[in-house]
Ligand binder design. Structure first.
Ligand code: L34
Length: 295
């Protein structure tokens, strides 16, 4: 079987159109638009690329958008003060602190400092807890994007066996929690495999839906995939430079071989990445509506 390749760029475009239209309506009615601040510490090239994408998209959708770039040697105290400033700023509905942060800053402490109502990444423990009990107001952006790709790609999730490769706080754990909720676009049987798992292939071969966030280029090979599975590749590995000086990207899945076996597969680039950015916009719109008391 040759897989249907599902374009995150295309699905993201549809959702962005929906968001843009809603922003215009709300602006006409309330004379206000959603406000998003991105805080980037240092100049990690991948982070710069992602934050640039977020800023560009926010502007395209008509948001009020603040790009707050800080030097790598900003102190933890200064960063916490900055977050406090945006917590109190009524024009800002969403605060995003791009990860990873430099080693001298305690990431957990920073994530705790963001007002949960403005936590459009849903990384604050309060929002993590809400997600686990099925009361999430924001879903973390990458997992939300994965779920949206499955739904809009026509993949039946209810009763499906979802195998997640990787247990990070930003992808593996939250997507596992989302897919096991008793809800539309979920209701799956979920297995999580990780670096402590003895025979990863034993589990991945049982997956109807395989979600890979391993952080290792081409980690999942065709022999690890069941015929007809839906495969979502979350990996964005920088594996060198193109002659034009752009970063060359590879996913965590051996795309060329796995696509011959899967029923559906997402590419890298152009798969989950653009969805992550779009879900951030969706969350910021939701935070804005909450602030106006709109359901
Ligand atoms: N706070 N930190 C916070 N929130 C997040 O949601 C993220 N993440 C991850 C890293 N740190 C974060 C992102 O934004 C990963 N991530 C992300 C965002 C966008 C893209 C990939 C990862 C993306 O747009 N990828 C493009 C290629 C972009 C490029 O050329 O570098 C793609 O097509 O996959």
């Amino acid at each position: 079987m040759a897989a249907k390749i599902i374009s995150g760029v295309e699905v993201a475009r549809q959702i962005r159109e929906e968001i843009k239209a809603e922003v215009e309506q709300l602006k006409a009615k309330y004379n206000k638009v959603p406000g998003l601040v991105t805080i980037l510490v240092g100049e990690n090239p991948a982070s710069v690329s992602y934050v640039t994408g977020k800023q560009k998209t926010a502007k395209e959708l008509g948001f009020y958008s603040v790009q707050d770039d800080q030097p790598a040697d900003i102190t933890e105290e200064q960063l916490l003060a900055l977050i406090d400033k945006y917590n109190k700023d009524d024009s800002i509905n969403g605060i995003l602190v791009q990860l990873p942060l430099p080693k001298h800053i305690n990431e957990t402490k920073v994530l705790y400092a963001i007002d949960p109502d403005k936590d459009v990444d849903a990384f604050h423990p309060v929002n993590v807890g809400r997600l686990v009990i099925g009361e999430g107001i924001f879903l973390p952006c990458t997992p939300a994007g994965i779920q949206e790709l499955l739904v809009r790609g026509g993949v039946e999730t209810s009763g499906a066996h979802v195998v997640v490769v990787g247990r990070s706080n930003i992808v593996g754990k939250p997507i596992a929690n989302i897919m096991l909720q008793k809800a539309k676009g979920a209701n799956s049987t979920v297995t999580v495999v990780h670096t402590g798992t003895k025979d990863v292939g034993h589990y991945t071969r049982m997956a109807d839906i395989l979600i890979v966030a391993a952080g290792r280029p081409k980690y999942v090979t065709a022999d690890m995939v069941k015929e007809g599975a839906a495969v979502i590749d979350v990996g964005v590995n920088r594996i060198g430079m193109t002659p034009e000086g752009k970063a060359k990207l590879a996913g965590d899945v051996d795309f060329d071989n796995v696509k011959e076996k899967a029923s559906l597969i997402t590419p890298v680039p152009g798969g989950v990445g653009p969805m992550t950015i779009t879900m951030l916009m969706k969350n910021t719109l939701a935070a804005f509506k909450n602030s106006l008391g709109i359901k």
